[in-house]
Design a protein around this ligand. Structure first.
Ligand code: TRP
Length: 450
């Protein structure tokens, strides 16, 4: 007899480590390696880092567990999951799908820059530590018209290729090797960076909080970065949790993933900011920071050319394990709700996301005069996702669990019906119900009014 049981089509992670590495693969990406160092650099260094860490502890762990719980409970995509638990709540998942669409459009543009830099590294194009030369090289590349669009297309095609082929086997294997490799590489770069003459100033900038630098925009930026870096607030971890088997330990995974992600972010900061100071570059240099500073560090390392290639390849892989998770959220919705085939859904969604990325890319060059509230289109997309859609998604997630579905039901799922230890469940429930939503709402609304 043919078994038409739907669960047959649903992949599951092959192992506990596989899930953790894939979820960590989604979390660890350009957000850690590219965005975190320059965000810290432009928002006062240590003060930003401190607030970031506080928000990871309060909001990050809590929401990570919350999303995985909903996903595993329902075994459905983001929209379906909310709707299955309570009719009328599907739109919260819908906000997430929209966020995935928006984020991937500019994420892919940056992914394209990384591919371009791999090629530059291979051909030895940036074998110099002259910051002006490196700055012009980066600025010239991203403000070009066709080159960045070409690499943006290439990045999207790689992402599309993996998502079309399904995930569990591919991503899981991919992530299990790449995450540890990335870790080792970053540590080597950190060692070089912190031993550069003059690095000390950068280390204390990064680690010593200067409280006078904390204002509302710093807190809002840190909150947005917590969501972005942990892949939270848009149902990504709901989707990944939906592939998790019923006997895995959610509290443990929800602890480990943020720890790994934060570890990589801090290492990335230590790889980049000390070098920025040592080489006399402005830490508030923005999105170019990593692309301009690291080549200079590599130029000062023995076998730096080789390191440069390996490093940018690893950045690319980290970006891809994240971009597939972004695309998967949108694709799984289209497949479920509009009943498209996976191939058709993936191709059309990826093409649409690519199209939205084109003006984002051009807004770094010929379209840099088109401004939305002080921001070029690329930055406007980032603002919309990080500071509006993700926090709103996170806020609704807390309200949903705390006040609609109920903390007791969520804890039952998180503990596999009481079989798994979740000592801090009462604290978790309190944070989901009161602390996190109030904190997010407060930061979010003040940010919008500012
Ligand atoms: N967390 C990834 C990074 O740091 C990006 C990412 C993947 C993401 N999936 C997400 C961000 C979902 C927000 C929501 O690069």
């Amino acid at each position: 007899m043919v078994d038409l049981n739907e669960n047959k089509q649903r992949d599951q992670w092959g192992s506990k480590l596989g899930f953790i590495m894939a979820a960590a693969g989604s979390a660890v990406g350009l957000g850690n390696l590219w965005k975190f160092p320059y965000m810290a650099g432009s928002n006062g260094g240590g003060a930003f880092v401190l607030i970031y860490l506080a928000l990871i502890v309060i909001v990050g762990f809590t929401l990570m567990a919350a999303e995985i719980v909903i996903g595993r409970h329902t075994q459905l995509n983001a929209i379906g999951a909310y709707r299955k638990i309570r009719k009328g709540w599907g739109w919260v998942g819908g906000l997430g799908v929209l966020a995935g669409f928006v984020i991937l459009s500019y994420y892919s543009v940056v992914g394209g820059w990384v591919i371009n830099y791999i090629i530059k590294a291979v051909t030895g194009a940036f074998n110099t530590s002259d910051m002006e030369v490196l700055g012009n090289m980066f600025g010239g590349m991203i403000s070009g018209t066709w080159t960045p669009i070409f690499y943006h297309a290439l990045f999207m095609i790689i992402t599309l290729g993996i998502v079309i082929g399904g995930i569990s086997g591919g991503i899981e294997k991919f992530s299990k090797i790449l995450m540890p490799a990335l870790f080792v590489m970053i540590i080597m770069i950190v060692i070089r960076s912190v031993t550069l003459p003059g690095a000390g100033e950068g280390i204390s900038f990064f680690l010593k909080p200067d409280f006078s630098k904390i204002d509302f925009s710093v807190i809002l930026a840190a909150l947005g970065q917590v969501f972005f870096s942990l892949s939270l607030g848009m149902g990504c971890m709901i989707t990944y949790g939906s592939y998790l088997s019923k006997d895995e330990n959610i509290p443990q995974s929800a602890t480990l993933i943020p720890l790994l992600d934060t570890g990589v972010a801090l290492l990335a900061g230590l790889a980049i900011l000390p070098a920025v100071f040592a080489l006399g570059f402005d830490p508030a240099g923005g999105p170019g920071l990593v692309f301009i500073t690291l080549p200079a560090v590599f130029a000062k390392m023995p076998m730096g050319g080789l390191f440069a290639v390996i490093f940018f390849v690893l950045v690319l892989f980290a970006a891809i394990t994240s971009s597939i998770s972004l695309l998967e959220v949108v694709v799984s919705f289209v497949v479920d709700e509009w009943k498209w085939s996976r191939a058709k859904a993936t191709t059309i969604v990826a093409a649409a996301i690519f199209a939205l990325g084109v003006p984002a890319s051009l807004s770094m060059g010929i379209w840099d005069t088109i401004i939305f509230k002080d921001l070029v289109f690329f930055d406007a997309l980032g603002f919309l996702s990080d500071q509006i859609l993700l926090p709103l998604g996170g806020l609704m997630l807390c309200i949903f669990i705390g006040w609609v579905w109920g903390v007791d039901n969520a804890v039952k799922e998180a503990t596999n019906g009481g079989k798994v230890k979740f000592t801090i469940a009462p604290v978790w429930g309190f944070v989901v119900k009161y602390v996190a939503p109030i904190a997010i709402a407060y930061i979010f609304i003040s940010g919008l009014l500012a």
